[in-house]
Write a protein that binds this ligand. Sequence first.
Ligand SMILES: [Ca+2]
Ligand SMILES: [Ca+2]
Length: 643
Amino acid sequence: MIKMDRNFIVITILLVILTGCNRREQQESQKPNIIFILVDDLGWRDVGYMGSRFYETPNIDKLAGMGMSFTNAYAACAVCSPTRASIMTGKYPARLGVTDWIHFLDPAAAETAEKGEHPQEYVGDIGQKLICPPNKYWLDLKEITVAEILKDAGYVTAHIGKWHLGPEKWWPENQGFDFNYGGADLGQPPSYFDPYKRNETRPGIPTLKPRKEGEYLTDREADEAVRFITEHKDTTFFLNLWHYAVHTPIQAKDDIVQKYTNKTPDGDQKNPVYAAMIESVDEALGKVLLSLEEYNLMDNTIIVFFSDNGGLVPKTSNKPLRIGKGYPYEGGIREPMFVFWPGKVSPESVCDVPVTSVDFLPTICSMAGITIPNIEGLDGQDLTPLLIGEEDSNREAIFWHFPHYRGQIFPYSIIRKGNYKLLKRYEGKTFELYDLDNDISETNDLSDSQPEKVKELNALLEEWLVETNAKIPEPNPNYVAPEEIEHLGIGKSLMLKESPSNRYGDGSSLVLLDGWLGGGNQGVNWLGFQGNDCVATIDLQGVESYTKVSARFLQKNNAWIFLPEKVSVEVSNDGKNFVLVEEKEIDPLRKADINRVKEIEFSFYPKEHRYLRLTAKNIQFCPEWHQGAGDTAWLFVDEIVVE
Ligand SMILES: [Ca+2]
Ligand SMILES: [Ca+2]
């Protein structure tokens, strides 16, 4: 008994000593908490400390001043999912195969997702000269994320807000996060107001339960962040606070909007609702900082602030940077960025060295004192030497690869090396070269005057594209080009009963009789009608003899464009009394007809008339099987050919 007691006492004493040591050691080497604030679509000059005189961001400005701000910080892509993937993995989007925003909600996606496969086929549109590599539907689980690394190192991890890296199986909880509030396969909230639904038939945010009708989403995100910090103040935590704001829909709280409605604009920064969204993001940071102060965590918490792509023009202006979101110019990819790292980063420090979102993973590991794991294909560089004021990293260049069309933006790759930036397009003019030190607005293309520089940078770019296994666009065998044609109607006068839209081309009805047949691209040579019918009366300016009238129509499911329900031709000699020649019902719409140009033709015995009228009836609403079921349908017409 005595023996045992003695042993017991010895063990107890040892335990007390050991535990005491552990605790002391823990306190000395307590890892820092890390908060990563990502604001969706926030532009380079959308915050006060970057020069905005319209948007008010006192909390962001103050914290930026307590850390190091970066003036040449880049998103790895000009749209969101690829940049998000690069932050999580430390790899370039080209290497990951996530090179465009994830279109998971496309109906075709469900089938491949069911099988756990990404799309394999190159995708093409009849209006485009190139077919493009398919984008992945999610960020693969096999990738090692920064959250997984931190979790393994003992961090409690939470994601709050927009994720947009794939459907449920690939949500934050399966990519290293203990908690997920709001992360889903949504690129934008259906609504910013609780219950976050756009309408009754469309769901809200599946991972964020509504709780108080009318509550603003950014406030809710802030509240969840404060709650997470409160509940985990005694642990070491990693918090991804990835706001849905300031992405569309542009919606904000009335009282804040009111304030900006009365404020003098700053050039093209003038949208009061957008300004109010930014202010709410700033208030959210204010709430987070208050809670950190309350729990005495400010001295041991690192805060990173960033955006995933450039500001959306014309909702905001990124001037002096050129254009904005989606574009290969600086307005599309250069971001506001700062790092607050108490005790390590000098307050009010500024770094002009180009950095990119692929650098966050190694940098966060390094700041947390975690050995950067040996990840195959890791592209990012540890920025801590820059942060603590040491020598520049020895990186040669930064790269981008966007092998997709985005409206009128053609597929491209970019290299930035030193002060030079080479933009390479796969359609149209191949190269543009800019000297960013002297031409931040990219107004002076040097590619013709500096062919040697183009050659040098292109060689590096090519090498990188091969090394990352980047997929390159290829010629499109199904491309439909516009065609020139002779006929009786060219240049004759035309009157429309219902208005066309001016969203495509210039909306001028002249295109219907200009001698060019619309090709596969609805942006060129077509006249679009949103919900309206095309009722076109043509005055041939004299009696003419003709045997054929035809018109082309477009169907593009992914652009809400459908063939007409029916088409008819009438004739008249006085322009008032018309006689029906023929009416044709068009085949019922099929889901599979995603992409086509259809010609509807009327042939008859020679007619001699001065006037003729072509009526194409819009189906008005997207059909039941379509993802936009019930939305207004588009009708596209060109050209009305009279022979
Ligand atoms: Ca975005
Ligand atoms: Ca035409």
